[in-house]
Design a binder for this molecule. Structure first.
Ligand code: HEM
Ligand SMILES: *[C@@H]1O[C@H](CO)[C@@H](O)[C@H](O)[C@H]1NC(C)=O
Ligand SMILES: *[C@@H]1O[C@H](CO)[C@@H](O)[C@H](O)[C@H]1NC(C)=O
Length: 350
């Protein structure tokens, strides 16, 4: 089938996110043109006002409740899918905005976001999104976008999981392109340092506080042992285990992830049952977080302050998290007549 899932040249002009407007003043002067190019980068915040929690109130009044109902059934069967759905929305939003591009099946082998390094054999929950979409389509065909379903499902799942409850702004539309290379460039890798993390987050209009707060999502969910294998066993040619890990924590982690293990491990090992809490931040402070990108948060004065602020009983974490999720959900959204409302989340409309 066709590459990129999209007619080339359409997607960029339709995108209202951070846009580049080129105002060129051309003045003829002798034999040359003087061209003054003014490049204005509009902040992603500009798109915020376009989303609204009541977007479907008249267009499809049952949609929000239907998502909650369907997601609830899935999460009651398998709680571990809640963190997976939270991550799916994050990986959607960081790559060409929250446009459900992460859901498109590759039309040429390995060309789409699903097949990018950070996604392949790692992202989970696609079948839940398909189910929610099918049931909402049965209510109101062609009205509710896959991008909005991702945003709703993340919230709905974490509400059933326990600990999160916020109202989701709606009105996103679906994109028509998905590229693995864009995901590889825009998803933060687990070995990223503060500078790298901030360069990615700030490009999305997110602050250092958003970075620290949203990283708190790693208080839930699982990672594959393969993702932390080199940190545990092959850190450098001379040092086998990352010295920033708490030495008294290393034996536990190594027992859960033996060398060469293809298993998975809970990201917050301070508890036996996966729950929503602020333990992530004490793990970071103690050297008990699983990724270098987690550890990196405390390695700048600014980051350390933010980590300490979230590490408080009765503290701001869940409210801050909800606020940052809403900001993340606004990244480069397609609205109005941009993009489309996909009939099936895995393919663009014919
Ligand atoms: C700040 C940079 C981030 C990095 C470098 C990062 C990296 C990762 C990695 C490597 C994994 C494990 C993947 C695997 O082994 O298969 C993971 C899992 C996860 N991440 Fe992040 N992540 C980041 C930010 C976020 C954000 C912003 C969210 C959500 C708001 C999030 C939510 C999750 C969740 C919930 C899981 C567990 C998924 C599951 O259980 O299936 N992460 N992350
Ligand atoms: C979530 O918040 C809404 C609005 O504040 C409230 O009506 C609802 O009962 C809450 N749901 C849960 C599960 O706490
Ligand atoms: C990685 O670590 C394992 C276990 O410590 C060791 O057997 C192996 O030789 C290391 N590989 C490299 C390439 O250093």
């Amino acid at each position: 089938m066709q590459q990129g899932i999209a007619p080339k040249g359409v997607q960029d002009s339709q995108r209202p996110g951070p846009s580049i407007s080129i105002v060129s003043t051309m003045a003829q002067s002798g034999s040359f043109w003087a061209v003054f190019v003014v490049v204005a980068i509009l902040g992603v915040a500009a798109a915020n006002a376009q989303l609204s929690p009541t977007f479907y109130a008249t267009k499809c009044p049952g949609a929000v409740a239907k998502s909650a109902e369907v997601v609830r059934t899935w999460i009651l069967k398998d709680r571990s899918m809640a963190p997976a759905l939270l991550r799916l929305h994050f990986h959607d939003c960081f790559v060409r905005g929250c446009d459900a591009s992460v859901l498109l099946d590759s039309t040429i082998a390995n060309s789409g976001e699903k097949d990018a390094d950070g996604n392949k054999n790692s992202l989970r929950g696609f079948e839940i999104i398909d189910d929610v979409k099918a049931k909402i389509e049965a209510l109101c065909p062609g009205v509710v976008s896959c991008a909005d379903i991702l945003a709703l499902a993340a919230r709905d799942a974490m509400q059933v999981f326990g600990g999160l409850n916020y109202t989701v702004p709606l009105g996103r539309r679906d994109g028509v392109s998905s590229f693995a290379w864009e995901a590889n460039n825009n998803l933060p890798p687990p070995f990223a340092d503060w500078t790298k993390l901030m360069s990615i987050f700030s490009t999305k209009g997110l602050s250092s506080k958003d970075l620290v707060v949203l990283s708190g999502a790693h208080t839930v969910g699982f990672t594959r042992c393969s993702t932390i294998q080199s940190r545990l066993y092959n850190f450098s040619t001379t040092i086998p285990t990352d010295p920033t890990l708490d030495p008294s924590f290393v034996p536990l982690l190594k027992s859960r992830c033996k060398f060469g293990s293809s298993g998975i491990v809970m990201m917050d090992l301070s508890k036996t049952t996966d729950t929503w809490d602020f333990n992530y931040y004490s793990n970071v402070l103690k050297g008990r977080s699983l990724f270098q990108s987690d550890d990196a948060l405390k390695r700048t004065t600014e980051g350390l302050k933010l980590v300490q602020a979230e590490n408080k009983a009765g503290g701001p974490f869940s409210a801050d998290f909800a606020a940052s999720m809403i900001k993340m959900g606004n990244i480069q959204v397609l609205t109005g007549t941009s993009g489309q409302i996909r009939k099936k989340c895995r393919v663009v409309n014919a």
